[in-house]
Design a protein around this ligand. Structure first.
Ligand code: HEC
Ligand code: HEC
Length: 382
């Protein structure tokens, strides 16, 4: 009996040892290679880091379409590995880092920082995987090589201006005292931030979720988007977003410009369908703002079937808005009030508030003229 147990344990150990040895061989022959032309081959710091990541086979779990060892097809093991792989792919992608090694360029600040974090904490590769891939365990020297490469790359490519020399390779940077910005652009940006026509049904602007009077957030557990739809994720603040090295919780946008396109088309955030639609809406409302939006939506209804309530509410707003239009319009664009005629100018308020609405009331041709003026992109040029 004793002998039986001993030989069973022996056989198991042999099988385990054999598998580990096979995997080591397989891991090595299928590992990522650098082409002979890669500048990394001539850069000892980068090469040492590349070799460490290559030895650990980070790509098994963090890159799509790899040659995987046979046990990825053996029941139980397959389930475990597939779970690790799915999870790993979701958390981090190593392909861009491998490409950077290949081309001798720098990964992004975000990629560097994430590698730095897991290596500092000694979290990768995961323990279960190490049980089958002994060679993949990173030695202290290998970990130091990776960390040195991260810091050197940072120093060289993401110059930490404003920090003392000993902090120059730190991932967290001092915020600059001032930022150069183009006033025309930030004025436009501020307008758009509050413009509801960025959303599919004109109900939401950026500030709906990133209230600038509520710390740049919506104070909800997860965001509420167009049509009251609940999103899956918490709204981060937009304060200081400019200074973040990456945008979104999973850092999927590198710059603010890349990020900004996201919420507008996201079906559970602002739910617009395409940029053409948004651009058309913005053009239509560009300068007349509150003025045209109301009429674009309501004029056709008014002409078809004017219910007394709609008429009453429109009339009130109509007067106010016509006055606004009159006051801000470039003279040449409004035939009725544009004549260089002092008498006419004196009449402007009256014309705006009474005459035009009255004419629109009684005359279909006037209605269509007003509609045209209001929907035209060039009504108000300033
Ligand atoms: C056997 C599969 C596997 C291997 C090999 C592996 N990882 Fe991971 N990795 C995971 C899984 C699973 C997660 C997500 C769970 C976690 O964070 O622990 C992850 C998460 C990460 C993250 C994200 C951590 C975070 O907090 O966002 C980074 C970065 C990472 N791995 C880097 C590496 C590097 C570098 C290597 C090679 C040295 C490596 N991984 C090897 C499975 C793997
Ligand atoms: C429906 C609510 C909602 C609207 C509307 C909205 N956002 Fe967001 N915003 C979010 C959520 C939720 C996230 C986080 C998403 C993620 O990480 O996947 C986010 C992320 C961001 C981030 C990244 C911040 C960080 O720390 O990663 C910025 C910047 C941002 N939004 C700006 C905008 C701008 C500009 C607009 C208008 C064009 C806008 N948002 C409209 C909910 C919203």
């Amino acid at each position: 009996m004793k002998r039986l147990i001993v030989s069973a344990v022996g056989a198991a150990l042999l099988a385990y040892g054999g598998t580990v040895a096979y995997l080591q061989h397989f891991d090595h022959i299928t590992a990522p290679e650098l082409p002979a032309s890669s500048p990394t081959l001539k850069d000892p710091v980068a090469l040492a880091a590349f070799n460490a990541l290559r030895e650990a086979r980070c790509d098994y779990c963090h890159a799509e379409q790899r040659d995987l060892p046979f046990y990825f097809r053996v029941p139980v093991a397959k389930t475990l590995m597939e779970k690790d792989r799915a999870n790993g792919l979701r958390h981090f992608r190593v392909e861009p880092v491998l490409d950077a090694f290949e081309q001798g360029t720098a990964p992004t600040e975000e990629q560097l920082s994430r590698i730095e974090e897991v290596i500092t904490q000694n979290r990768m590769p995961p323990n279960l995987y190490l049980m089958m891939h002994w060679h993949a365990h990173l030695s202290n020297a290998e970990r130091e090589a990776v960390l040195k490469w991260v810091q050197d790359t940072r120093r060289k490519n993401y110059n930490n201006t404003g920090a003392a020399e000993q902090f120059a390779a730190e991932p967290i940077r001092p915020v600059p005292e001032s930022v150069e910005a183009d006033p025309a652009k930030w004025t436009l940006g501020r307008k758009l931030f509050f413009d509801k026509s960025l959303s599919g049904d004109n109900t939401l602007n950026c500030a709906s979720c990133h209230g600038l009077d509520t710390g740049g957030v919506d104070n909800l557990v997860t965001a509420t988007g167009i049509g009251g739809q609940k999103g899956p994720i918490n709204t981060p603040t937009v304060y200081d977003a400019y200074f973040k090295m990456a945008q979104f919780w999973n850092a999927r946008a590198t710059t603010l410009a890349e990020q900004a396109a996201g919420p507008v088309m996201n079906p559970v955030e602002m739910g617009s369908h395409n940029w053409e639609e948004v651009a058309n809406k913005l053009n239509a409302t560009r300068n007349t703002h509150r003025c045209s939006r109301l009429h674009l939506a309501q004029m056709p209804r008014l002409m078809k079937k004017p219910s007394p309530r709609l008429l009453a509410s429109l009339k009130k707003r109509w007067l106010r808005q016509m006055a606004l239009l009159m006051n801000t319009s470039k003279a040449s664009r409004m035939p009725l009030v544009s004549r260089p005629n002092a008498g006419m100018n004196a009449l402007r308020p009256l014309v705006a508030q009474v005459a035009i609405p009255a004419l629109v009331w009684v005359d279909a041709a006037w209605k269509s003229w007003v509609l045209k003026v209001i929907t035209s992109k060039t009504v108000v040029a300033s």
